[in-house]
Design a protein around this ligand. Sequence first.
Ligand SMILES: *[C@@H]1O[C@H](CO)[C@@H](O)[C@H](O)[C@H]1NC(C)=O
Ligand SMILES: *[C@@H]1O[C@H](CO)[C@@H](O)[C@H](O)[C@H]1NC(C)=O
Ligand SMILES: *[C@@H]1O[C@H](CO)[C@@H](O)[C@H](O)[C@H]1NC(C)=O
Length: 429
Amino acid sequence: MATTNFAINIFILSIISLLSVPCLLSASPPHSPYLLPIKKDPSTNLFYTTLAIGTPSKSFNLAIDLAGENLWYDCDKNYNSSSYSPISCNSKSCPEDAIGCISCTSGPFKPGCTNNTCGASAINQYAKFIFSAGFGEDIIVISQMEVHGLISACVEAEGFTSGSPLEGLPKSTKGILGLSRSQLALPNQLALENKIQPKFSLCLPSSNKLGYTNLMVKSIDGSVSKFVQTTPLIINPDSTGVVSVKGVPSKEYFISVKSVKIDGNVVNIMPSQLSIDRKGNGGTKISTMSPFTELQSSVYKPSVQDFVKRALDRKMTRVASVAPFEACFDSRTIEKSVTGFVVPTIDLVLQGEVHWSIHGANSMVMAKENVACLAFVDGGTEPRMSFVKASIVIGGYQLVDNLLVFDLDSSKLSFSSSLLLHNASCSHF
Ligand SMILES: *[C@@H]1O[C@H](CO)[C@@H](O)[C@H](O)[C@H]1NC(C)=O
Ligand SMILES: *[C@@H]1O[C@H](CO)[C@@H](O)[C@H](O)[C@H]1NC(C)=O
Ligand SMILES: *[C@@H]1O[C@H](CO)[C@@H](O)[C@H](O)[C@H]1NC(C)=O
């Protein structure tokens, strides 16, 4: 059923003859055994983590995707694991929305070539297709801790005649660690296994630094909790992302932005342009797969205009645009502080009257020598293909050095705004 509902532009490629599955999991943290390190890839501006899978254990770099529904990795032709166990199609572990049953009867058996295996999707928003993978279980090692019994998906990335599931991902990565609301995303699997409420944190690092995700947060650290604010996580009633299925709730994380302020002044945006409409378009989601925040044109234009006006008031000198950015300034005319360039503050005013404040370190990017640009991009007007389109997609650059805690059970997001304001960062906590 789910398969036939997939938006028509999406092709599901079946591995011709093979398929299989593996597993996952992680390690130690602020005070949790499920802490994974995060690095930023300088060429894609995407973020990735590292964990080890299988026996003998092999290390994998996986891109972090807040919209990702599972953990999938490339079990290439040289990969094998003696602890790997595929999930068979008739097993009760086979998720309801599995995409069919996959068979690899030619052998020899290995992860990536198993018979009668429950089919997974290896989704990557930068790939041209959705690729089929196989669900399985294997040992996942994180910070030296072995976790058993978690379900992941493995796909032989080179086994397709057109395209690759790894397209557009950082060169060093071999899959995706999904952190969405899906039951198969690790935070939910770990919570179920440990009989606690699903809650995870994400703290993305700036270039050359190490951030982290803690897949199982028990409580927010005392010193941090003082400056963390909370807003509801909204469920978009229509699925979003690569596969849009009408009437199936989105597994992505939306928050409700009520208005945008620049230096305390409300930007002239109609509230309807910020809310989710009947087709599931609109709203604000958080995406680690978008390097920079994307604003739909109706939100982008007035915001940039106001920012530029306030910037000129501060005697910042505007210079020629550097694509994809529009509002660029001579960086020598901007002062610096602990929160980066001293520029007009952008506040997202959220449900609950709390403000997500964006300062220079998260709003300005050096686009070339002596040129600092407002690090937001115009997301255009029309939804692309079948993609449901959010009004605001908060991207990676704006998330750096901001602590986010996703509480799936109470559907709340706790956020710190810039940790730099508190003399902290995602790398030194
Ligand atoms: C992979 O490992 C399994 C278990 O150790 C073994 O039975 C199988 O033959 C191996 N497959 C290949 C292709 O080497
Ligand atoms: C593959 O699985 C099917 C269904 O369980 C079974 O009928 C078939 O014999 C299996 N093939 C091989 C080569 O194991
Ligand atoms: C921030 O940290 C630095 C070095 O660790 C220290 O010198 C400085 O006093 C701190 N500032 C505040 C406001 O805590």
